[in-house]
Design a protein around this ligand. Structure first.
Ligand SMILES: C[S@@+](CC[C@H](N)C(=O)[O-])C[C@H]1O[C@@H](n2cnc3c(N)ncnc32)[C@H](O)[C@@H]1O
Length: 282
C-alpha cells in the first residue's frame, strides 16, 4: 500500500516563538520612488519608509540652497536609495554611501551609476557605521548631513555621528525600538538614552523624546547642543525619526528640559486640560 512519509508533528510546534519584526529581504526587482528607478536586490528595503526619506531629502535641499554646499554621509544605506535621492533631488555635491554588508556593494554602485551620477560625486564603503563616522572625524572630514537609518536603537551611533557632522550641520537619526518607548524595559532605556521610560499612553511621543533626549545628552558631553528641527513617527517598525541641527556650545539647562522631566515623572497626575495649563505657565 502507498503511504506518504509524513513526519509526526512535534508537540512543541505551536509554541515555537516567531522572531519579532524579522528584517524582510526583497526579491531582486526594480523599484521606483519619486520618479527615480533603482534595484533593491536582496537588500533591506521598505516602501513605507519613503516619507522619512522625503523629509530627509527636503531638509538636505533646503540646506544646499542656503549653504551652497552639501556633503552627505549615508551611514546605513541599504540599496542606496537615500544616497541616490540626496544626489538627484537635493543636488548633493558628494555622498558617502556606507552599509556594513559587503554583499550590497554591487547594488549600491549599480543604482548610482545607472542614474548617471558622476563617479566624483559618490563613494561606497562597507564598514561598521561607527568606524566610518570616527574615521571621518579623525580626518577632520566633516559632513553637512549625516543620515543614520539603523534597526533598533540608535544611541550607540549618536556620539560618533555628532563628532563627524559640521557645526550647524544636520543629523537625521532613527530608532525602531518601540519595545523600549512602550516602557517595557526601563533599565535598557536608562542605559541607552538616560531616560527611565515607563509604560504610558503616549508612547509614540515618548519614543521621539527619548531619542532627542539621548542626542541632547551626547551632544552636551562633546560640548555641543542639538536643536530638533522636526520629528516623525510612523507605525511601521515602528519608526521614530528626528532631524537635529548641531550647534556650538553646551545647551543651557533651561526650563524646557526640566519640563520634560516633570512631564515624565508626573504623567499619571495630569489630565489633558491640566497639561495645557501646565504648558502655558511653564
Ligand atoms: C534600515 S536598513 C537601511 C535602509 C535604507 N537606509 C533605506 O532607506 O532603504 C539598515 C541597514 O543598515 C545596515 N547595517 C546594520 N548594522 C550596521 C552597522 N553597524 N554599520 C553599518 N551598516 C549597518 C544593514 O545592512 C541595513 O542595510
Amino acid at each position: 500500500m502507498f503511504s506518504l512519509p509524513l513526519k509526526p508533528l512535534s508537540p512543541f510546534t505551536s509554541l515555537t516563538p516567531k522572531p519579532l519584526n524579522p528584517p524582510k529581504c526583497s526579491k531582486p526587482q526594480a523599484e521606483t520612488e519619486r520618479g527615480l528607478s533603482f534595484d533593491v536586490g536582496d537588500t533591506f528595503f521598505r516602501h513605507e519608509s519613503s516619507t522619512g526619506r522625503d523629509l530627509g531629502v527636503l531638509s538636505a535641499a533646503i540646506y544646499k540652497k542656503s549653504h551652497n554646499a552639501l556633503r552627505v554621509l549615508d551611514a546605513m544605506c541599504g540599496c542606496g536609495i537615500r544616497s541616490l535621492r540626496y544626489l538627484a533631488e537635493a543636488d548633493a555635491d558628494f555622498v558617502l554611501a556606507n552599509d556594513a554588508n559587503p554583499d550590497y556593494g554591487e547594488i549600491i554602485s549599480g543604482n548610482l551609476e545607472k542614474a548617471g551620477m558622476g563617479k566624483e560625486r559618490w563613494d561606497v564603503k562597507h564598514s561598521d557605521a561607527n568606524r566610518v563616522l570616527t574615521e571621518r572625524y579623525l580626518e577632520r572630514d566633516y559632513f553637512d548631513l549625516i543620515d543614520v537609518d539603523s534597526f533598533g536603537s540608535e544611541s550607540s551611533y549618536l556620539r560618533a555621528a555628532i563628532s563627524a557632522v559640521k557645526l550647524d550641520g544636520l543629523l537625521y537619526v532613527t530608532s525602531t525600538d518601540g519595545y523600549s518607548s512602550g516602557g517595557h524595559r526601563p533599565q535598557h532605556t536608562l542605559a541607552a538614552y538616560g531616560a527611565y521610560v515607563r509604560h504610558m499612553p503616549y508612547s509614540n511621543e515618548i519614543g521621539l523624546r527619548m531619542l532627542i533626549g539621548g542626542a541632547v545628552r551626547e551632544a552636551s558631553v562633546l560640548g555641543y547642543h542639538v536643536v530638533p528641527l522636526f520629528s516623525y513617527y510612523s507605525y511601521h517598525g515602528p519608526v521614530f525619526r528626528t532631524m537635529l541641527q548641531v550647534k556650538r556650545g553646551k545647551f543651557p539647562i533651561k526650563r524646557s528640559s526640566v519640563f520634560f522631566l516633570n512631564l515624565v515623572y508626573k504623567s499619571r497626575l495630569f489630565c489633558f486640560k491640566l497639561l495645557i495649563v501646565y504648558f502655558l505657565h511653564s
